[in-house]
Design a protein around this ligand. Structure first.
Ligand code: F0G
Length: 468
């Protein structure tokens, strides 16, 4: 793994053609805005944020070719030429013959869950993702985590920390019966574990097991290109392979892929479900008409389909993903050299700060990562996102789901920020690091039932409660 400073120095493989000004508030202004936003970074106004690392989802800069393609959008209600170009790109790049476009990734998750789940089923996955699990639960299934143990340890330096633990998976299938497991979702890579990849070898073993039990293998491919990059870098059997070839190989092992195009495909909106299973395709296309729009536009404009078609072909060029991961690692290295605790190894889409290690004086009731995200914004105008107990939500009995990881994700939008911006982020977080022992926790003020992290409001705890 290249952690040498010179390895990390990789010039941006693009020139900048249009720019968007950034505002910088004063500290008292930020404190006021933070309080108005209920200490939830999701409720801040974008204009009050200096460097926005909330998410890499839909926040990408498109190429000039993608912008040009927008003009080619065929806005016909049915049978649009843009859909044909999009479907051809998906089949060329991912290798699936059938595709249903959706407004974004969770649209695809909704169609998939509704098409395949019978109430009472269990759907395993390599760690949960918020919207993925919720759609499975809304369709009547129970989610079960079958990721390897290392994924839950921020310090465990495993090259494929996203791998499925086949023993856990097999034990689950034995316990509930293969007929109650319609599919497994394998996130490649695993967002909430820090963007950790799955090896091709592991995917092959999972595929073999799935075939023997007639369980569908579904890849959550929001950032599958980043997973392919890590395979290229770390899996001996794939040395010298292009990212394009590895992505195709990953997809060849799975039956279906569900994609939020707002990540890998460098667009601002869009998603799709692609499969080689004709029965699933027919069912999902039927449901698409009910929930998204006709199956040739899926809630998108023709121009969005054009941008996705170009993005899908461009994303597998090795230099784009190599630069993206180098940028993420650059930020990771700048934080590490200041002693700031982060999840190792650094993943593909962002740096995950270990909030428990950052704020050791706080206990679980202090909503550790939520607090850290708030104080980072207050100190520097850098917006990150909580990935901890608030994101995990409550179980069916209303109890907070226990979490091992309390992380603040600093996610890098693609092709948006420069190295100087990343230096600014590291310096900003260093300010929070310096005053860490005086930082209080947060308490809920209001809490919606579903996906609470988006809209909950908080207030600072009177005093830091102290770990007991
Ligand atoms: N799967 C993964 C792994 C994701 O990271 C996301 C979205 C989705 C599915 C859902 O896709 O947002 O297009 O509906 N992740 C965003 C994030 C929200 O910030 O990580 P969507």
């Amino acid at each position: 793994m290249g952690t040498d400073a010179l390895d990390l120095l990789m010039p941006e493989p693009y020139k900048i053609k249009a720019v968007e000004p950034i505002r910088m508030l004063t500290r008292p202004e930020r404190s006021k805005r933070l309080a108005e936003a209920g200490y939830n970074t999701f409720l801040l106004r974008s204009e009050d944020v200096t460097i926005d690392l909330l998410t890499d989802s839909g926040t990408n800069a498109m190429t000039d070719r993608q912008w040009a393609a927008l003009m080619m959008g065929d806005e016909a209600y049915a049978g649009s030429a843009s859909f044909e170009r999009f479907a051809k790109a998906v089949s060329d790049v991912y290798g699936y013959p059938f595709v249903v476009p959706t407004h974004q990734g969770r649209g695809a998750e909704h169609l998939l869950s509704k098409s395949l789940i019978t109430p009472g089923d269990t759907v395993p996955g390599n760690m949960y993702f918020t919207t993925t699990r919720l759609h499975q639960e809304l369709a009547g299934a129970r989610f079960e985590d079958v990721i390897i143990d290392e994924a839950h340890d921020p310090a465990a330096d495993h090259p494929f920390k996203g791998n499925v633990d086949l023993k856990k998976f097999a034990a689950l299938v034995k316990r509930v019966g293969a007929e109650r497991v319609p599919y497994i979702t394998v996130g490649c890579p695993v967002n909430l574990a820090g963007g950790q990849p799955v090896s091709l070898e592991n995917l092959r073993e999972v595929a073999q097991f799935c075939r023997s039990k007639k369980i569908m293998l579904v890849i959550d491919g929001a950032r599958a290109v980043e997973n392919a990059f890590f395979i290229q870098e770390r899996e001996k059997a794939c040395r010298g392979w292009s990212v394009a070839r590895i992505l195709k190989e990953m997809c060849a092992l799975a039956d279906t892929i569900s994609v939020s195009a707002k990540k890998d495909l460098y667009v601002n909106i869009g998603g799709f479900l692609a499969t080689r299973d004709e029965a699933l395709f027919k069912k999902a296309a039927e449901l698409c008409v009910v929930y998204e729009g006709l199956h040739t536009y899926g809630g998108l404009a023709g121009r969005d389909l054009e941008a996705m078609a170009v993005g899908a072909r461009e994303m597998v060029q090795d230099e784009w993903v190599a630069h993206r991961v180098a940028q993420v690692r650059y930020l990771g290295a700048r934080l590490e050299e200041r002693g700031i605790p982060i999840v190792k190894p650094v993943g593909g889409h962002g740096v995950f700060v270990d909030a428990k290690a950052f704020l050791p004086h706080l206990g679980p009731e202090d909503l550790i990562a939520q607090s850290l995200a708030a104080w980072i914004y207050e100190d520097s105008g850098v917006r990150g996102m909580e990935r901890g107990v608030v994101s995990a939500g409550r179980d069916e009995k209303g109890r907070n789901r226990p979490v091992k990881l309390e992380l603040v994700r600093l996610t890098l939008p693609r092709r948006v920020y420069t190295q100087t911006h990343l230096d600014f982020v590291a310096a900003g977080i260093a300010k929070t690091w310096e005053r860490r022992m005086e930082l209080p926790g947060l308490r809920f003020v209001s809490e919606p039932k579903m996906l609470r992290f988006f809209q909950s409001r908080f207030a600072p705890a009177k005093v830091a409660s102290g770990r007991r």
